[in-house]
Design a protein around this ligand. Structure first.
Ligand SMILES: Nc1ncnc2c1ncn2[C@@H]1O[C@H](COP(=O)(O)OP(=O)(O)OP(=O)(O)O)[C@@H](O)[C@H]1O
Ligand SMILES: [Mg+2]
Length: 431
C-alpha cells in the first residue's frame, strides 16, 4: 500500500511548484471539452508540445479543488492502480472542506500506471471527480486507449504552438486590430517568417539565438527517435531508420511513396519491405509525421495513390533552401487546418490543388498555397483551385500566400479569395 503521507507531500509540493514557480503560461486555443459530460479528457500529442503545461493551466483554473500528479515522479515508483483511492483520501485529509465537493485530478504520464483507464472510468462516473490525463507516448492515443474507456473519453490532440499562440508567447496582443492593419503589421509579418522557419515548439519559441534553437530541436529529435521509435517500437534497423527519417523529413509537403523508396534503396543496405511499411506506420503513430491522402470517391482509390507527408512542426524540416519557402508555408497551413480539427485531402486531376478541407458542417473548401502569386505560378495555382471547385461543385475557394494583398475575385463562376497566411492564421474563420 502506498504511503498516504508521501502522497500528501507530493500533492502539496506540486501545488506550490505550479502556483509559484511556473511563471507564464500561454493560453492554448481550442482546448474545448464539455464540462457536463462525464468523460475523461485525454491530451495526447508529440513530445514537448505543451501537454503538461495545459494540465498546469487547468490546475490554475480549478485552483482549490485540483491536484496534479506526474507519474514519472520518482517518489511515486511503486504506485499501483489500487493506490488511486488513497490519492483521493490524501487530498481530502489535506483539504477537509472538499469532502463532498467535486475534485479535479490532473494526471500526467498516466500510461505508467497499468490499468489506469479503469480508475478514470470509475472516478468520473461514480465519484464526482473530473479527470484530465496526459502522457508522452502513443499509448494514450485514441486508437490505443483501452476498451474500458472507449466512448468514455474525450481526446484532444496537442500540437506545437499555432501562429496565434506563438504571437502571444512573443508578448503580442492578438486581439488588437493594429497587428493586422496598423503599426504592428510589419512586426507580425517578420515573426511569421521566424515561425515558419523554426516552428512552434513552445520552448524553441522562447529562445532567442538561432544556435540555441538548432541545438534544442536536435535534442528533441534525439529523444523522440530514441524513446518513441527505437525503444517503443523496437526499430532496430538503424540504417533503415536513418534513411527513412532523412527522406521523410526532407519530403514535407511532397508526395511520398514507399514503393519508390523501396526500389531506390533495396540492395544498398539490408531491409525488408515489411519492415519499411512497419517503420513508416510507427512514424505516423509517433505523431512526428502526418499523411494526407488524395481526394477520391472510394477508399480504394484513396489508398492506391501516394500520400503527401507533412511534419508536426516546421522546425524539424530538413534540407530547406530558400526555394522551399512555398513548401514550408504549405506545411504551416496543413498544421493550422489540423489544429482546427478538419479532415484534409489533396486534389489531383489535370491540375493540382494542395488541400481540400472538410470543415465542421461537412462542407468542403479547396485551398491552394503558394508563397507568392507571380505570373508563372498564379495561372497554374488558380487553374488547379478552379478545377477542384468545379469537380466538387463548390462556388468558392481560397488561395493562401505569404503576403499578397487580400482580395476576392470572381473567376469562371468561382469566388476566389486570396489572403496572406499570417492574417488568415490570426482570424477565426477559414473560408
Ligand atoms: N502554454 C505554454 N506557455 C508557456 N510555455 C510553455 C507552454 N507549453 C509549453 N511550454 C514550454 O515548453 C516546455 C515543454 O512543454 P510541456 O512540458 O508542457 O510539454 P509536454 O507535451 O508535456 O512534453 P513531454 O511529452 O515531453 O512530457 C515547458 O517546459 C515550457 O517551458
Ligand atoms: Mg509532459
Amino acid at each position: 500500500m502506498f504511503s498516504k503521507n508521501v502522497l500528501k507531500e507530493i500533492i502539496v509540493s506540486n501545488e506550490e511548484f505550479i502556483l509559484k514557480q511556473v511563471k507564464r503560461i500561454v493560453n492554448r486555443e481550442r482546448i474545448y471539452f464539455p464540462e457536463f459530460l462525464n468523460k475523461t479528457v485525454v491530451f495526447y500529442g508529440v513530445r514537448r508540445s505543451g501537454k503538461t503545461f495545459i494540465l498546469f493551466n487547468l490546475f490554475r483554473k480549478y485552483k482549490g479543488n485540483s491536484l496534479y500528479i506526474d507519474f514519472e515522479d520518482e517518489r511515486l515508483s511503486g504506485f499501483h492502480l489500487k493506490d488511486f483511492d488513497r490519492l483521493k483520501e490524501a487530498m481530502i485529509e489535506l483539504k477537509p472542506h472538499l469532502m463532498d465537493r467535486e475534485l479535479v485530478f490532473l494526471l500526467d504520464e498516466i500510461q505508467n500506471i497499468e490499468g489506469w483507464e479503469r480508475f478514470c472510468r470509475r472516478a468520473v462516473e461514480r465519484e464526482n471527480v473530473k479527470v484530465f490525463v496526459s502522457g508522452s507516448s502513443s499509448r494514450i492515443m485514441p486508437f490505443e486507449i483501452h476498451t474500458e474507456l472507449r466512448g468514455r473519453s474525450w481526446s484532444i490532440e496537442v500540437l506545437p504552438f499555432s501562429f496565434k499562440e506563438y504571437l502571444c508567447a512573443k508578448g503580442i496582443d492578438v486581439n488588437q486590430k493594429s497587428i493586422i492593419y496598423g503599426t504592428k503589421k510589419a512586426v507580425v509579418k517578420k515573426l511569421f517568417l521566424d515561425y515558419m522557419q523554426w516552428g512552434g515548439f513552445p520552448e524553441v519559441c522562447f529562445l532567442r539565438s538561432e544556435l540555441e534553437k538548432k541545438k534544442l530541436i536536435k535534442e528533441y529529435l534525439g529523444a523522440m527517435f530514441f524513446r518513441d521509435l527505437v525503444e517503443r517500437y523496437s526499430m532496430t534497423n538503424i540504417s533503415l531508420l536513418d534513411k527513412l527519417t532523412d527522406k521523410l523529413f526532407s519530403s514535407f509537403s511532397l508526395k511520398f511513396s514507399l514503393t519508390s523508396f523501396y526500389k531506390q534503396y533495396t540492395g544498398r543496405f539490408p531491409f525488408s519491405k515489411d519492415s519499411l511499411y512497419r517503420y513508416f506506420k510507427n512514424y505516423l503513430q509517433s505523431m512526428l509525421v502526418f499523411e494526407v491522402r488524395k481526394f477520391a470517391e472510394s477508399t480504394y482509390k484513396r489508398m492506391r495513390n501516394p500520400a503527401k507527408v507533412y511534419l508536426v512542426d516546421t522546425g524539424l524540416c530538413r534540407r530547406v533552401t530558400s526555394a522551399d519557402a512555398g513548401r514550408l508555408l504549405e506545411n504551416v497551413v496543413f498544421l493550422a487546418l489540423r489544429r482546427r480539427g478538419y479532415e484534409v485531402f489533396y486534389f489531383e486531376a489535370k491540375r493540382e490543388c494542395d488541400f481540400i478541407a472538410r470543415t465542421e458542417n461537412n462542407s468542403f473548401l479547396p485551398i491552394q498555397v503558394s508563397f507568392e502569386l507571380n505570373e508563372e505560378s498564379s495561372s497554374r495555382d488558380i487553374d488547379g483551385l478552379i478545377e477542384a471547385c468545379k469537380w466538387l461543385d463548390i462556388g468558392k475557394g481560397l488561395i493562401l500566400t505569404y503576403d499578397d494583398e487580400e482580395q476576392e475575385l470572381n473567376l469562371d463562376g468561382v469566388n476566389v479569395k486570396i489572403s496572406p497566411v499570417w492574417k488568415w492564421s490570426i482570424e477565426a474563420h477559414i473560408g
